[in-house]
Design a protein around this ligand. Structure first.
Ligand code: ZN
Length: 280
């Protein structure tokens, strides 16, 4: 597998009751940071996995019914915290980003898509269909803001479902296969069913940590994976399919037990977000 430099960038957070992410949690609102992962490929240059929040999220939720989304999960995005601004500090012009990988179409993962106009958008056809096929009200209820999907999305989309299936190394067991996004084995998308239609993670070889599995919203935190502690059924059933979500979490728990060296990054994990903040 081609090694890549991997950097976690924190792009805003929302507030939501803790119990929505972990059974037995409190009803008190806690911060859910949103991470975007910057990958630097030796020949393809900068690549992003998800975008986190972006000022475009605020504009998209200015009016009803989209405003309800922001009421339910109040968002904080500090000045300059959007990924398109953060990567400039690494000497990267957003127009240079040639590949954007979206784990799924919830707005907190793709709000910054507009800022990378020259990127091919790698995503699940099932996810895009679910986001585009819903009525405005139903889209909001399911976590989608269709105005954030670029007008030229269909021309730019490269679907996971069309990529070549490859075997994962045994280090990822019980996960056995994924799809080779770029055709060189460097980015392997792995379906992680349950959270919502077309929800996928990404397996890469991280130059600092070795095997690295970015699992998006398949789990809310590393703690939830280690304890195999699912979210309230109310929450997982509202957005997706509770039994599939729990089966995926069980597999992640098994992976974490079998391979303690595997680096796993859930998108909203406070532990990983604290490490992201510690970076220069
Ligand atoms: Zn999500």
């Amino acid at each position: 597998m081609t090694e890549m430099q991997v950097t976690a960038l924190r792009a805003g957070h929302c507030l939501h009751p803790q119990v929505m992410s972990i059974r037995g949690g409190s009803w008190r609102p806690v911060e859910f940071p949103s991470l975007s992962m910057l990958l630097v490929h030796p020949s393809q240059g900068p690549i992003l996995f998800d975008t986190g929040y972006d000022p475009a999220f605020m504009q998209a939720t200015d009016s009803f019914p989209e405003r309800l989304y922001r009421w339910l999960t109040p968002v904080t995005l500090n000045d300059g915290e959007q990924v398109a601004r953060q990567i400039v500090r690494f000497g990267i012009d957003p127009r240079e980003v040639r590949h954007l990988v979206l784990s799924h179409f919830h707005a907190d993962h793709m709000a910054g898509t507009h800022a990378f106009p020259n990127a091919a958008i790698h995503c699940a056809r099932a996810g895009l269909d679910a986001a585009c096929g819903a009525s405005r009200w139903s889209a909001v209820r399911r976590g989608f803001l269709t105005s954030l999907i670029p007008a030229n999305m269909h021309a730019r989309a490269r679907f996971f479902e069309d990529a070549r299936t490859v075997a994962l190394s045994t280090a990822f067991a019980p996960f056995t296969e994924g799809v080779d996004i770029l055709g060189d084995g460097s980015l392997v998308a792995v379906e992680l069913p349950g959270h919502c239609p077309g929800h996928w993670g990404l397996a890469v070889r991280d130059s600092a940590h070795g095997d690295h599995f970015m699992v998006a919203d398949a789990a809310w935190s590393l703690d939830a994976i280690r304890r195999n502690m699912p979210a309230l059924a109310l929450s997982s059933g509202f957005l997706g399919n509770t039994s599939k979500t729990r089966a995926t979490l069980r597999m992640l728990n098994e992976l974490s037990v079998r391979n303690r060296d595997m680096r796993i990054t859930p998108c909203h994990c406070p532990e990983r977000a604290a490490q992201a903040l510690a970076r220069p």
